[in-house]
Design a protein around this ligand. Structure first.
Ligand code: BMA
Length: 321
């Protein structure tokens, strides 16, 4: 999976800035109408693939169906997205052919890429599929019962089992939500459900929270970048923050930063189909340099990237309890 010559998407911290996360100056990297049929392209996941990158993109079409499309990039910044949506191969008739899906995450575990997404099976729940080429996608059983969103796999088995974060929800614009942990020997049967985190009162994360990109393994535990929602007099405001979870028992929080890492502040984050949303679904790590590129949806309309150093995020999570 790793190619040494793959260019890492990066831009240095702007001169004079002391921010621990900074936005790419060419944001948004994916405009809403990159596809001739798209209304909006946002909340999408990318991973290293071959000598470049691949991704699964949330593309809402002009009928306003929520569809997933595969895409490819040499540099992680300029993307070609397939015009046809992903058609999952599925030999389980009961769950096949639920066309719509949204908010994908992608991880490499052992020998293949796994995709989790919000699969609309009698209400939202967590779909699971795998691929090796981002052309053919093999759909497995849904991980959990409806209603659930933000299913995010850890990028390796923990204590020999697949591990998943999720956020039980309702059918609609859920006004609550905690993050839970579940594990599975085979990606079919899930159990040992553990509570991880609740929203925090009087804060940017007071209404609900949900896992963002796949957790990143560090010597200090799993770095979890997660979104949090505040209910303002104009509706929901989506920001994101950071926490560190225990390496072997990831339902235990070691540190959780009180301030947000990023809140919607630029025009493309504040204005769009759903105003005031930053929603991260992927993070790339350049291990030799500790550089991170975080991909996030903006205002449910476009896709942007922001940069940070992993060590700074670990320190941020630890120093702002
Ligand atoms: C959530 C999800 C996200 C979306 C967010 C803000 O419930 O549907 O896809 O970005 O709401 O509308």
């Amino acid at each position: 999976m790793h190619e040494l010559n793959r260019p890492f998407p990066w831009q240095d911290r702007p001169q004079g800035s002391t921010e621990i996360i900074w936005r790419y100056s060419q944001n948004p990297i994916i405009q809403r109408d990159l596809l001739p049929t798209s209304n909006s392209i946002f909340n999408s996941a990318v991973v290293p693939f071959g000598d470049g990158y691949a991704g699964v993109f949330r593309c809402d079409d002009r009928r306003r169906r929520m569809l997933l499309h595969a895409g490819f990039s040499a540099d992680g910044l300029h993307w070609n997205i397939d015009h046809a949506p992903i058609r999952f191969q599925c030999d389980i008739p009961e769950i096949a052919d639920f066309e719509q899906g949204y908010d994908p995450r992608v991880v490499w575990i052992d020998d293949r890429y796994y995709i989790t997404w919000c699969n609309i099976y009698h209400g939202p729940t967590i779909g699971v599929a795998w691929t090796n080429d981002f052309k053919t996608f093999h759909q497995l059983e849904n991980a959990l019962l409806p209603y659930n969103r933000n299913g995010v796999l850890f990028p390796r088995k923990i204590n020999g089992r697949f591990a998943l974060l999720s956020r039980p929800s309702d059918r609609g614009h859920t006004p609550f939500g905690d993050i839970f942990y579940s594990e599975s020997p085979d990606l079919c049967y899930w159990g040992k459900h553990r509570h991880v985190m609740s929203p925090l009162p009087d804060s940017w994360q007071s209404t609900k929270i949900g896992a963002g990109p796949a957790p990143i393994e560090t010597p200090h535990g799993w770095l979890l970048i997660y979104h949090g929602v505040l209910t303002s007099c104009n509706g929901f405001v989506y920001s994101f923050g950071a926490a560190l979870l225990d390496k072997d028992e990831p339902w235990k929080i070691k540190h959780r930063a009180a301030p947000y890492l990023m809140s919607p502040q630029t025009l493309y984050e504040l204005v769009g189909d759903v105003p005031s949303v930053v929603f991260p679904c992927a993070a790339l790590l350049d291990e030799p340099t500790g550089r991170l590129a975080i991909y996030y949806g903006c205002a449910d309309t476009v896709t942007a990237v922001a940069f940070a150093y992993l060590d700074d995020l670990i320190a941020f999570a630890g120093q702002n309890p």
